[in-house]
Design a protein around this ligand. Structure first.
Ligand code: SF4
Length: 475
């Protein structure tokens, strides 16, 4: 995924940008970078690998190395950025968040065009997506038309933040508003952020949430809309159910309170169907399952308890060994049980989603090893049936890795793929078969998913404004 943050100000802003970018650390684990502008030095830039140490420790020396009244920064799950680009539009720093699916086609087109140039190739010949985006922007005569051209050329999603060589910021939300871009205002300038709480903590008040494809220019003195928002909006529903930070609000809907409502609806559905009535404790699969579980517990009047807790002090989230086996081993070592809350108990857990299920199997195993009487599982979202093609989203990779698809194949082969909608619906025969087959595989005492209607109700925005492709394949 990834997230960016920037400030344009009439006074030094390095400390605020440092903290603002740090507040996006949950969105990426690979690279982080900062670019700053000062009248004396002009544009400066630093990039670090954050796979083994968080942003904060890698960038703590920047206060003696960089200075600026305007600065941008990014936490990236993909390529190193921000990039410094010299072009006919001037010299600028640029970062992007999203994915370009047709990069090879665009690179070929660019390299063979009359004004074609070259790209810096990375290992294996790959091209940095932000560099590709900048190359497209530079084909037009101003930033607004360049960004529009780039966004219309790519198949995918790109939110953009640019720092120009006069200290202005140019921010653009992706064409269909799948990701948020928000603007905050303070007496000395403006901030641009993926997470609203990042600028609120720094004393900025909400000024504007960009609409789909909207482009704005910001200087310490004001904001100018360079391109108006488009009509079609498809904001990613997983922002609320999984990866958005609990303290953030997107489209006027806070993440944490959405999760409480969501858990409450799952509890109401369980009550209506008379399932999981003998529960001793409700808990969340940490961390993002926890608020959904709080909502469930409050609604069902069953006590909330943390039957196991993640040991995080020495396992930084950003530490991601390359092999899946090592990642699973770390996930296992992090989960520390509290036997008093497990032995002889009927437990119900809410997870943010059930994707591949690998780690859940191990979680359930160790709960039984610690004496659990039963382990019921609830997913805070409907079954994930389609891989995300719009974002670099960790919750869905290859479609055939998705547990729901794998089980459907096992149940009735390729024919099952014609009945995805029925399988998603827990009231149909196929839906029931899917749930009991997953229960058997993972040793759950019962399994239910939030309904499609339930999660839309919990988010509280019109369904047509939300991307729900992962669940129902609708674009
Ligand atoms: S496909 Fe899924 S993860 Fe991707 S943008 Fe849509 S809802 Fe979000």
């Amino acid at each position: 995924m990834g997230g960016f943050f920037g400030i344009t100000s009439s006074s030094d802003c390095m400390t605020d940008v440092f903290f603002g970018v740090d507040y996006h650390s949950h969105l990426g684990t690979r690279r982080a970078g900062l670019a700053a502008y000062s009248k004396e030095i002009g544009l400066q830039r630093k990039i670090h690998n954050i796979e083994n140490a968080p942003f904060r420790t890698k960038f703590e020396t920047i206060f003696s190395e960089m200075e600026g009244i305007s600065a941008i920064g990014v936490i990236s799950d993909t390529d190193p950025q921000p990039l410094l680009v010299r072009s006919k539009l001037g010299t600028y720093a640029i970062c992007t968040v999203g994915i370009i699916n047709n990069s090879e086609e665009l690179i070929e087109r660019y390299l063979t065009s009359s004004d074609g140039g070259h790209f810096d190739a990375m290992t294996g010949g790959a091209v940095n997506s932000t560099e590709l985006f900048a190359a497209l922007v530079n084909q037009r005569d101003d930033f607004a038309s360049g960004i529009k051209f780039a966004q219309e050329s790519i198949d995918g999603t790109a939110c953009v933040l640019i720092l120009t060589d006069d200290g202005s910021l140019i921010a653009a939300r992706d064409r269909f508003g799948r990701l948020p871009v928000l603007v905050g205002k303070r007496a000395d300038g403006y901030a641009v952020s993926f997470e609203s709480f990042a600028y609120q903590k720094l004393g900025f008040a909400d000024e504007k949430e960009l609409g789909p494809g909207e482009i704005v220019k910001l200087t310490p003195d004001g904001m100018t809309v360079l391109a108006a928002a488009g009509k079609k909006k498809r904001i990613c529903s997983f922002l609320w159910s999984y990866y958005g930070y609990p303290t953030s609000t997107y489209e006027g809907v806070n993440v944490e309170t959405m999760r409480y409502r969501n858990g409450a609806i799952i509890a109401q559905n369980d009550k209506a169907s008379g399932t999981a009535e003998d529960i001793d404790y409700v808990g969340g699969v940490p961390d993002s399952g926890t608020p959904h579980a709080i909502g469930y517990a409050n609604e069902s009047h069953k006590p909330f308890a943390r039957a196991f807790i993640k040991y995080t002090p020495t396992w930084a989230r950003s530490f991601m060994p390359p092999s899946q086996k090592d990642r699973d081993e770390i996930a296992k070592m992090k989960q520390v049980p509290i036997p008093d809350l497990i032995k002889g108990k009927n437990l119900l857990f809410v997870d943010d989603s059930i994707v591949r299920g690998t780690q859940l199997r191990e979680t359930v195993e160790f709960l039984y090893e610690n004496g659990a009487k039963s382990v019921h599982m609830r997913s805070a979202c409907p079954p994930i049936m389609y891989g995300c093609k719009f974002l670099n989203f960790s919750r869905s990779t290859s479609e055939m890795d998705l547990i729901a698809r794998r089980v459907i194949l096992e149940l009735e082969g390729k024919e099952g793929m014609k009945h995805i909608d029925e399988y998603a619906d827990g009231t149909t025969e196929r839906g029931k078969n899917l749930r009991s087959a997953i229960c058997e595989k993972f040793n759950f005492s019962s399994l239910e998913f939030q309904t499609f209607e339930g999660i839309i109700q919990a988010i509280g925005l019109p369904e047509c404004d939300l991307c729900t492709y992962c669940w129902n394949g609708k674009e």
